[in-house]
Ligand binder design. Sequence first.
Ligand SMILES: CC(C)(COP(=O)(O)OP(=O)(O)OC[C@H]1O[C@@H](n2cnc3c(N)ncnc32)[C@H](O)[C@@H]1OP(=O)(O)O)[C@@H](O)C(=O)NCCC(=O)NCCS
Length: 195
Amino acid sequence: MGETKVLPADAPEVAELEAQGWRVTAWSFGAQLDVDRIDRQRLQSLVDRTAGTGTTRALGPDDVDAVLRLDALTVHDYPGGVATQHTPLDHRTATPTTTRPAFGTVTPDGELVAMTFVDTDGPHAETDFTVVQPRLRGRGLGQAVKAASVLALADTGTTRFRTGGSAENTAIAAANAALGYVRDEEWVTLEPRPR
Ligand SMILES: CC(C)(COP(=O)(O)OP(=O)(O)OC[C@H]1O[C@@H](n2cnc3c(N)ncnc32)[C@H](O)[C@@H]1OP(=O)(O)O)[C@@H](O)C(=O)NCCC(=O)NCCS
């Protein structure tokens, strides 16, 4: 990949770079949910809706093989440019820890069909990525694993949740809105025009 810059959409540098021949190749967003705005009942109902598919729960070290399988199946499914790129997981990054907790939906026969990984820093949490098995998308699983993460982390002291993604990713934007996230950042990715 050539040179790229990711800047806030309203940064003066964006117009300057465009005047020099750079062009915007992707849009992305950031969004926030503060713990005092969480509607626990609503989030719990989003989790409960997945009961027909499987159990939505925190993931642990025993789930690493299943995490790596789902990641390998979906690694090319993330839209957008460098700002929203997904780095394929390895054994270390697929292992949930206290500062990198993960939540997923597991079917009765043990298949992991949805997962979200979160990076935490004290009382702040930021979603790393969320992904659903391709054949089960659009059934509420993406919302459910994100809702499960917010509920569990709120119980253990997280006060601010952040998330983001590609502006063209309608499904994740809708999932975030359903959880109560408010969009507060717009970013652009710029690339120089090919000579
Ligand atoms: C993004 C993703 C995780 C969403 O999970 P999902 O289980 O398919 O989504 P849900 O069923 O929970 O739906 C969430 C919302 O998006 C909407 N939606 C789902 N699929 C959609 C689609 N293809 N286009 C538009 N909207 C869609 C749903 O209607 C719902 O909105 P609503 O609450 O207003 O009805 C999933 O599509 C996916 O794995 N995509 C590939 C990886 C990716 O892009 N991850 C996000 C970046 S980290």
